[in-house]
Design a protein around this ligand. Structure first.
Ligand code: HT7
Ligand code: ZN
Length: 859
């Protein structure tokens, strides 16, 4: 497959001002008639032909201006038509078999309904079209379908007509007044019911809201609807963005490759991010629904009104929209807890991506398959990069920058450069050097030393950006760091400062200190960097107890634990040194358990040990077995040392009132965390408590928490409660996904055999991405399963990739990155992982998606 380069961008030779689509729907046979008005683009190099992208399409007929075309030919899957004049009308008829579409791109069937997914290049699986985001067109869509099978017919924009026709068919016409790229096209047809509501915009316009689901799911849509209304209100208040159609429809679909899709006026969602009630969704699921609803809604401006010129600019809409949804969620709940959660995801998913063979800048320079670039780098690091601009500008000037960006580029297909320029002009920032964040991959490492000279505190900072594929040499980037200098005696500081490390090395000096202060750095995680500092354990403990920045406090504790575990995994620790380090951690945790000023949601964050992947990331060469041993060993040791504290916490939290209030959510969080420490230290006691918790649970959070702990233990309670969970939820696909995931990610020593058995379970299928992810993504995160020293876990994931690739290449390719970490593993595992990558690479017919990921991973 060819490589596409960012540098090769050229505007399309033709404009397509209007597009009319007529669908005659059938599960096995759908006929699409596309009528495109095309005219020459005065801003592009002229061309005698128009290239219309296709992907596996069956062309039935083609007409130009109502008659034969002067000439046309197939070039691979694309249709190339000769057009002599300035303006033409093309009429193209294609036929599709949505029921056979297992890739879930284009028009496909899911549970008896029909729906579309067009981003990034799915529209070309529906009709021949210039399927690129810089070709904006105004769409009118007519849908004809059998009424009993598809009573509800939806497309983008506003409905302008509907009626019944012969043979029990009915039809409806939709018009979207906003020109859009083809990737935002959507159509849904099915037997659906809606939760309806309305929202009055700041301009006084009433918008009809509807969330469409299958009949039995309606009572699980209340939270999604409330989240939508909160998102609409928040975007008006915080970003000045008003909704722009008469209707906003959301449809929940159970077969979906990603989380959701922001099609104009007709968002299509994975059911996982719409349906939630206490019986089937955890507190985390509720938050995820709110976050994804907000994310897709916010795309209406950051993505739809201002879209991307080409797919290299993906972070323009995704990074910005992730930042917007993060800020929204911060405002809806606990801001520090949300920040910690976001950083945890960044570090455990994006940092490893940035240090491995798949590293790429947030604005990549080349790709073979764009679906492979919907990554944590483009999304989450992209958000961090815009967040840095916000930190440097301050909230008010940042808003001036975003206002200018939206005003300047409304209705356009823009670039990342356009965004940066608007920030310079609107927010008054000089971003000349900052642009490097868009072009350089790799997580900068910032080294810090502190000293005192006379009464001057000195902070020496240096930065190093590791080499990444295709980028050996890096230039220093501006790194904004919020800092504070603490007085050891009083435990206070004189105020925060934002310093910017913009060279390889910079010295910062601060006068007026009698004694050397303790440096709190990267407060709030102002920059997506790794900090390396030579800091005494006592100073970390001091910050863990005293820092008034919640993130920095969390960070100090994480550093304390990480420092010890990295040292311990390295080997050669004497018993007494290990005990001393563990004691320091226990003391810090004890203080956190006793700190009455903390709320339980924050306390929970502080109790979570650094993840296995984050720890592996701190080591040049990782031994997952040793990391697992040391991490679990520490957990068990802490569970014993603080047994009475964890018991007390458990009992207190178990007695807390239920509900969805922050306090109740916090209590459930610390309850299961306490249980996991108790389980590490005293499995028998944990079994009793978890069984009791499971049996008494009135929320999925408590039920899942208890089952997670039980599934890692031996014994009858485990088998019984797993069976009970299955019986209770066997007809609820999302809850059943949890049943698969809990077992696949369990600490049980036989997890490999268990996952093999689950793959044979009658409820397991490769056709549903949620089910595949629930079993195998959960498994790919386990140290003792995926990283089993026999290599069996690697073989299982490779087998999965090979079996899934012909069915759903996009989802298959997402399982390659865990194997791609081989260069950072100890030699035995590295060889076993590489062997599996080579086995995949040698398969006779691989999709473009999997081929690209495997070849990049082999390096
Ligand atoms: N913008 C959406 C991306 C998306 C997608 C991409 C590839 C294949 C399937 C997909 N479904 C949705 C999601 C978002 O970021 O909002
Ligand atoms: Zn998005």
């Amino acid at each position: 497959p060819p490589t596409i380069f960012r540098e090769d961008y050229a505007p399309f030779a033709w404009l397509v001002p209007t597009t009319r689509l007529e669908f005659v729907l059938g599960l096995e046979n759908t006929r699409v008639t596309a009528t495109l008005d095309v005219e020459r683009n005065p801003d592009a190099d002229p061309s005698p032909t128009i290239r219309l992208n296709g992907d596996g399409l069956k062309l039935i007929s083609l007409e130009c201006d109502g008659g034969e075309c002067e000439g046309h030919m197939m070039d691979g899957d694309d249709l190339v038509v000769t057009l002599p004049g300035e303006k033409h009308t093309l009429t193209i008829v294609t036929e599709l078999d949505p029921g056979a579409n297992s890739q879930l791109m284009g028009l496909y069937a899911s549970n008896g309904m029909l729906c579309t997914q067009c981003e990034a290049e799915g529209f070309r699986r529906i009709t021949f079209f210039p399927d690129r985001p810089d070709v904006l067109s105004t769409y009118t869509v007519r849908i004809d379908a059998p009424e009993d099978q598809f009573p509800i017919l939806l497309a983008n924009g506003n409905r302008t007509g509907s009626g019944k026709s012969e043979d029990r068919m009915h039809w409806s016409v939709w018009h979207d007044p906003w020109p859009k790229p083809s990737y935002l096209f959507a159509l849904v047809a099915g037997d659906l019911v809606a939760r309806k509501d309305s929202f009055t915009t700041m301009g006084g316009k009433e918008v009809d809201l509807a969330i469409w689901v299958r009949d039995g799911d309606l009572q699980r849509t209340e939270h999604a609807m409330e989240s939508l209304k909160r998102s609409m209100e928040w975007d008006e208040k915080v970003f000045g963005r008003e909704y722009d159609l008469d209707v906003f429809n959301i449809v929940a679909v159970s077969d979906f490759n990603m989380g959701a899709m922001e099609n104009k006026g007709l968002n299509v969602f994975n059911t996982k991010y719409v349906l939630a009630d206490a019986d089937t969704a955890t507190d985390g699921d509720f938050d995820a629904v709110e976050g994804v609803i907000a994310h897709e809604y916010f795309h209406n401006w950051s993505g739809n009104r201002v879209t991307c010129r080409d797919w290299f600019q993906l972070s323009l809409k995704e990074g910005f929209t992730v930042l917007r949804d993060q800020l929204f969620s911060q405002d809806m709940g606990s801001a520090p807890v949300k920040r910690i959660e976001d950083v945890r995801i960044l570090r455990s998913v994006q940092f490893p991506e940035d240090s491995g063979p798949l590293a790429h800048p947030i604005r990549p320079d080349s790709y073979r398959e764009i679906s492979n670039f919907y990554t944590a780098t483009v999304y989450n690091k992209g958000a961090e990069i815009i967040r840095m601009m916000r930190s440097m500008a301050g909230e008010t000037r940042f808003r001036e920058g975003t206002d200018l960006y939206f005003d300047r580029h409304d209705g356009e297909a823009a670039t990342c450069e356009d965004f940066v320029k608007a920030m310079e002009d609107g927010a008054g920032l000089d971003l000349a050097q900052f642009r490097l964040w868009y072009s350089q991959a790799g997580t900068p490492k910032v080294s810090v030393t502190t000293s005192l000279e006379g009464s001057t505190a000195i902070v020496d900072l240096s930065q190093e950006i590791p080499a990444t594929p295709g980028q050996d040499e890096k230039q220093p980037m501006p790194i904004p760091l919020r800092i504070a200098l603490f007085d050891r005696e009083t435990g206070t500081h004189r105020g925060e400062e934002l310093i910017v490390l913009d060279k390889g090395k910079v010295r910062f000096t601060f006068d007026g200190f009698d004694t050397e202060p303790v440096l709190s750095i990267n407060r709030g995680f102002t920059a997506p960097v790794g900090i390396e500092r030579d800091i005494a354990r006592a100073d970390l403990a001091f910050l863990a107890a005293k820092d008034d920045d919640p993130f920095a406090r969390y960070e100090a504790l994480q550093d304390l634990v990480t420092g010890h575990l990295v040292e311990a995994v390295g080997g050669g620790l004497s018993d007494s040194t290990r005990d001393e380090a563990r004691r320091a951690i226990a003391d810090a945790l004890e203080a956190i358990l006793a700190d009455e000023a903390l709320d339980d949601q924050m306390r929970g964050e502080l109790l979570i040990l650094p993840s296995q992947t984050y720890l592996a990331e701190q080591m040049l060469v990782a031994d997952p077995g040793r990391i697992f041993e040391e991490r679990e060993g520490l957990k068990a040791w802490l569970g014993k040392a603080l047994a009475s504290n964890f018991d007390a916490l458990y009992e207190r939290a178990a007695a807390a009132p239920g509900g969805r209030e922050a306090e109740a959510v916090g209590a459930r969080k610390v309850k299961t965390l306490a249980l996991s420490y108790i389980a590490a230290a005293d499995p028998d006691r944990a079994e009793t408590l978890a069984t009791r918790q499971y049996d008494a649970a009135d929320t999925m959070t408590d039920r899942q928490g208890a089952l997670m702990v039980l599934s890692g233990l031996e014994g009858l309670a485990r088998t019984d409660r797993l069976a009970a969970f299955y019986e209770r939820y066997r007809d609820n696909p999302l809850a059943l996904d949890k049943w698969f995931a809990i077992q696949a990610s369990s600490l049980h020593p036989n997890v490999v055999e268990q996952v093999k058995a689950l793959a044979e379970h009658p409820d397991f299928t490769l056709r549903n991405p949620n089910r595949v992810r629930s079993l195998y993504m959960a498994f790919a995160g386990t140290a003792q399963g995926f990283h089993a020293s026999s290599g069996e876990g690697y073989r299982m994931i490779a087998d999965l990739i090979l079996a899934l690739d012909p069915i759903n290449p996009q989802t298959a390719a997402r399982f390659v990155p865990p194997l791609g970490r081989w260069q950072r593993m100890e030699p035995n595992r590295a060889a076993l992982m590489k062997e599996q990558l080579e086995r995949i690479a040698a398969a006779p017919k691989l999709s473009r998606d999997t081929y690209e990921q495997v070849t990049r991973s082999l390096g």
